[in-house]
Ligand binder design. Structure first.
Ligand code: PEP
Ligand code: MN
Length: 340
């Protein structure tokens, strides 16, 4: 249910509504808007009619059901776009989230060189995987904690916050010790135990769409994190699997305007995994900005031909720099900015 408070509702009135929601065994999620406060009451779908009793409480303007299956993720509950604070970098506002870096962290030179070069190109986040979800168990699986330490060193040197993947609920605390943003990879989008665990921490989560995930399922996955109390979620479209084999995945750009109207969460695009081909990263980046994406995740490697993973879709740093120069006027047209 959505409980809309009157615009002049006092903090005491808001507190007592939250208290009453808890006493009815629902969880209140308070959203303080510019005009008024809205409280989402979520919990067991059965018996939610009992919440209508709140209508007679002081300070309450209306009580109505949340029609969408995703509650806290929907714009019904929070009409304004959320801005997620990632160690000081704001995602979802005017500045685009430009995250760049190698698929896998390989060595201190590789990650620090990449960090320095993408930062000077205009990136505001460094990406790199220390735990890699590989199709084959015989492929490079990532450097694990050693990789996280190298990412931390690259952050130290470059000042860029780091985005890195967590694959296993058991590793959430360890990855959270190093990461600024915790990535959930496409293959784990419906790993509900992992999502619930990530709902318990106070770190932004970058949730990637799965290879076979509908928009509704994607938002329900975000809802798992939000419903556990972590409201800092960024969504990422990274291509879905279709019958087409010319590209690694098919980038579903129409999901961006749909997501932007359904949810208040920021939405970014990963054209590297979306296409699997470095030559397509530039045109699809332009397209992503044109359809309203809040940022781009792009794989960049100093030596793509010898990358441990995803070389064919990785840009060389110089090409990334020229891409960002080329994207700046596109961003401006959309009322957005890249770099400082
Ligand atoms: C990645 O970001 O390197 C990655 C493995 O992405 P995805 O989960 O989208 O395949
Ligand atoms: Mn990759």
């Amino acid at each position: 249910m959505i409980i809309v408070m009157k615009s002049g509702a006092t903090p005491e009135e808001i507190d007592s509504v939250e208290h009453r929601i808890r006493s009815l065994e629902y969880t209140p999620h308070k959203i303080v808007g510019v005009e008024r406060t809205i409280i989402g009451a979520v919990g067991d779908e059965r018996g939610k009619e009992r919440l209508h009793a709140l209508e007679s409480m002081d300070g309450v303007e209306s009580v109505s059901p949340i029609l969408k299956p995703y509650k806290l993720a929907s714009r019904e509950v929070r009409p304004e776009t959320s801005v997620v604070d990632c160690s000081g970098q704001l995602v979802g506002g005017k500045a685009l989230m430009m995250t760049a870096g190698p698929c896998s962290v390989e060595s201190v030179e590789q990650i620090c060189t990449t960090a320095r070069l993408v930062k000077s190109a205009g990136a505001n986040f460094l990406r790199g995987g220390a735990y890699k979800p590989r199709t084959s168990p015989y492929s490079f699986q990532g450097l694990a904690e050693e990789g996280l330490k190298l990412l931390a060193a690259a952050r130290e040197e470059s000042g860029l916050p780091i985005v890195t993947e967590v694959m296993n609920p058991r590793e959430v605390d360890l990855v959270a010790k190093y990461a600024d943003v915790m990535q959930v990879g496409a293959r784990n989008v419906q790993n509900f135990s992992l999502l619930k665990e990530l709902g318990q921490i106070r770190k932004p989560i970058l949730l990637k769409r799965g290879l076979m995930t509908t928009i509704k399922e994607f938002l329900m996955s975000a809802e798992y994190i939000l419903s556990e109390g972590n409201s800092d979620v960024i969504l990422c479209e990274r291509g879905i699997r279709t019958f087409e084999t010319a590209t690694r995945n098919t980038m579903d750009l129409s999901c961006i305007p749909i997501l932007k109207s359904e949810t208040h969460l920021p939405v970014i695009v990963d054209p590297s995994h979306g296409t699997g081909l470095w030559e397509l990263v530039a045109p699809m980046s332009r397209a992503a900005i044109a359809v309203g994406a809040d940022g781009l995740m792009i794989e960049v490697h100093p030596d793509p031909a010898n990358a441990y993973s995803d070389g064919p879709q990785s840009l060389k740093p110089a090409r990334y720099a020229s891409l960002l120069e080329e994207l700046k006027p596109f961003a401006e047209l959309m009322g957005r900015t890249i770099g400082s």
